[in-house]
Write a protein that binds this ligand. Sequence first.
Ligand SMILES: Cc1cc2nc3c(=O)[nH]c(=O)nc-3n(C[C@H](O)[C@H](O)[C@H](O)COP(=O)(O)OP(=O)(O)OC[C@H]3O[C@@H](n4cnc5c(N)ncnc54)[C@H](O)[C@@H]3O)c2cc1C
Length: 383
Amino acid sequence: MQFTEEHEQFRKTVRGVVERVIAPHVDEWEEAGTFPAHEVFGALGDAGLLGLEYDPAYGGQGADHSYTAVLGEELGRIDCGGVPMAISVQTDMATPALHRFGSHELKERYLTPAIRGEQVASIAVTEPDAGSDVAGLRTRAVRDGDEWVVNGTKLYITNGTQADWLCLLVRTTDEGGARGMSQLVFPTDTPGFSVSRKLDKMGNRSSDTAELSFVDARVPVANTIGQVGKGFQQQMAQFQNERMIASYLAVGSTSFALERTEAYLRQRRAFGAPLLANQSVQFRLAELRSEVELLRQFNYACAEAYVRGEDITRMASIAKLTAGRLARKVADACMQFHGGVGYMEETWVSRYYRDARLLSIGGGADEVMLRILARMDGLDTGL
Ligand SMILES: Cc1cc2nc3c(=O)[nH]c(=O)nc-3n(C[C@H](O)[C@H](O)[C@H](O)COP(=O)(O)OP(=O)(O)OC[C@H]3O[C@@H](n4cnc5c(N)ncnc54)[C@H](O)[C@@H]3O)c2cc1C
């Protein structure tokens, strides 16, 4: 990936916005178990950060995907996992399908305010009985004239208590499996919709996560994103954006964690010398940095392939799998090198350790990535 002076300038802009709008409040938001999404997204929208690749006709920047890689790496350096995750839901998980497949009217009504940061979006796929197996979802939309009547439950929905609209995946026919699903823009002020629970999580605490309920909730058929019946396929394409941004965030967060750990090891002394004087410590840091660098370069190759318009399912799955596993390794090493103080709530390490764990579960668990890869490599034949 060829980065230019413009990319470096953009990196500085993102870092500046993060330092001004987000960094001073992270501890307070972690404590509160939520963050003011409208306020924060408004500021990010003003800085032009919420629609990098989107059509300028809807307020986007019309940039290529390389800028998303830079954005992800910089957001990954925020001192928590929750806020970057919430932002990337808005930019790369809940809106790509609307931009790619939505009608002009739908984009004007929902994409433009999301890019401005005036409306908060969620991606609503997971259900109590359908997580890894998306084809098993049961939330149903039955057509009644010009409206869909939606019934069901969605679980673990990021931004769920604050969202103005959901990119909602529902079943619209009885075909079963991956067939007969559709994506809808679902406004959360629709009668019959409610947030049934705000969930209490081990990590990513500043991000709100919710269980959502739909009881005879009516939305116009015109709110269908793209083609009726093609929702599963459209969501699979949208998942590629989700997996790429997750991997960019991981490069940012693991790099920052290793930088901070190095600084600690330089000043913490044991047995008459800084901890960093131990060759075993140097080697472990060097090894982990090498792995982060491999992931960074692989991400860039994936981003380039995406810019060229290639199918990046295989590369994005490899990146997401590697990112999840590497984040766990780095978090464990940082905790170990900090000793007792790392285990205390007062340091960044314990929060990072908890937050890093999510990456191997959310957005498709490690095993789901392996399932995709095994299938693509033809390993599942003949069983
Ligand atoms: C904090 C958080 C935020 C989230 N945000 C969102 C969101 O905004 N929108 C949304 O739609 N969803 C969201 N999710 C849901 C997330 O995508 C799911 O949790 C994830 O896809 C796994 O589904 P599940 O929890 O139902 O686990 P299950 O499907 O029950 O799987 C449990 C475990 O089984 C293993 N497994 C699964 N399949 C296989 C297999 N084929 N072979 C071997 N092992 C396997 C995996 O290790 C997996 O972790 C979020 C989850 C969390 C925790």
